[in-house]
Design a protein around this ligand. Structure first.
Ligand code: ATP
Ligand code: MG
Length: 348
């Protein structure tokens, strides 16, 4: 298969981890005889330094023409003093321009790494769920007002916004254990009541998927008490922001977790969930697994290459069993050594 992939290394450890993940993609192309082409562009702080704009026009045009976009990370202390332009604006503008409304985060624990989590091993063994967070609506994008003594953030959702993200979640659940948990606060919030009504309506199109509703406060607790219960979880923007950080704590290291931002078309934006980690940038010690697993999501969701995606997951699973590991996982291996080991594992 032919595919054009835009890479946006960005800032901090971004260039190191994207290089690692691109090498994995190149190996996959070799093994399975695909024709992947790569086009690198600027975003974030690196783009501000070069052009004054965190999302240069050239970058956006390239992304709009691509089959998929692979991003490292943006931001860092170097740009913190800028008041009129911030690296993170580049990423927000890109998500908006590509109309990406669903943020997908698989949360998966590895038997060999259970002891790294702050939770008891028997609680997190076998955890394997996908979190779907709505990205375009809610309090983050509603009308804001401010006087000296009052402030408001309007929370707005439309049926269309709820429907499209619900469908994504049902479709994912349909390919998995057919169990979808919708998280809201329908006992208090009107937007949550619309959310619950709408997703219940959508459920009629997916009769094989079992839909359950959970209030966000009890969900925050259940994720720590019984995380293995969940298959696919879907929720609105603000609740999702908070709960996905909680989920990250289940896995043991931020460096392991991938994400995908998807829209109606097949083009998606793939990136690790962690930030630019300026404290370890340029030292060849960043964990590239979150980015490598993002590539696995890219193959699956944007290119439909499911076997290739599974092969990468298997290679990472072998790595967690036999090493080598980076410092965040208790090892002392370099980023480039991890890349080589994963490439070797792809052939096993
Ligand atoms: P952002 O605001 O961009 O989300 P953050 O402040 O949440 O960033 P990160 O950049 O994600 O922070 O880093 C948090 C901590 O985790 C840092 O100590 C960083 O070194 C570490 N870290 C993050 N990603 C990795 C990685 N891939 N490998 C190793 N350590 C990492
Ligand atoms: Mg952060």
């Amino acid at each position: 298969m032919k595919a054009n992939i835009v890479t946006l290394p960005g800032d901090g450890i971004g260039p190191e981890i994207v290089t690692s993940a691109v090498n994995i993609l190149k190996e996959i192309a070799k093994i399975y005889n695909h024709d992947f082409s790569f086009e690198e562009h600027l975003i974030g702080g690196a783009a501000i330094d070069a052009t004054g704009n965190p999302l240069p026009k050239q970058t956006l045009l390239a992304c709009q023409k691509a089959d998929a976009v692979l991003l490292g990370a943006v931001g860092g202390p170097k740009w913190a003093h800028l008041s009129n332009v911030r690296p993170e604006q580049g990423l927000l503008a890109l998500r908006k321009a590509l109309n990406l409304f669903a943020n997908i985060r698989p949360i998966h624990t590895y038997d060999a790494l259970l002891s790294l989590s702050s939770l008891k091993e028997e609680k997190i063994k076998g955890v394997d769920f996908i979190f779907v967070r709505e990205l375009t609506g809610g309090a983050y994008f509603g009308k804001k007002t401010r006087t000296e003594k009052t402030a408001t953030d309007e929370t707005l959702y439309t049926v269309e916004e709820i429907e499209r993200v619900s469908r994504k979640a049902f479709e994912l659940a349909h390919t998995r254990r057919k169990h979808l948990t919708s998280v809201d606060k329908a006992n208090v919030l009107e937007t949550s009541r619309l959310w619950r009504e709408t997703i219940s309506q959508v459920a009629q199109d997916y009769p094989d998927v079992k839909l359950e509703h959970q209030l966000v406060d009890s969900m925050a607790m259940m994720l720590l008490i019984n995380p293995a219960h969940y298959d696919v979880i879907v929720t609105e923007n603000l609740f999702g922001d908070i709960l996905t950080d909680e989920c990250a704590a289940l896995s043991g290291s931020l460096g392991l977790l991938p994400s995908a931002s998807l829209g109606k078309e097949s083009i998606g934006l793939y990136e690790p969930i962690h930030g630019s980690a300026p404290d370890i940038a340029g030292k060849n010690i960043a964990n590239p697994i979150g980015t490598i697993l993002s590539v696995s999501l890219l193959l699956q969701y944007s290119l439909g290459l499911v076997n290739e995606a599974i092969q990468i997951e298997k290679a990472v699973n072998l790595l967690t069993q036999h090493g080598p590991l980076t410092a965040d996982l208790g090892g002392n291996a370099y980023t480039t050594e991890i890349t080589k080991a994963v490439i070797n594992n792809l052939h096993r």
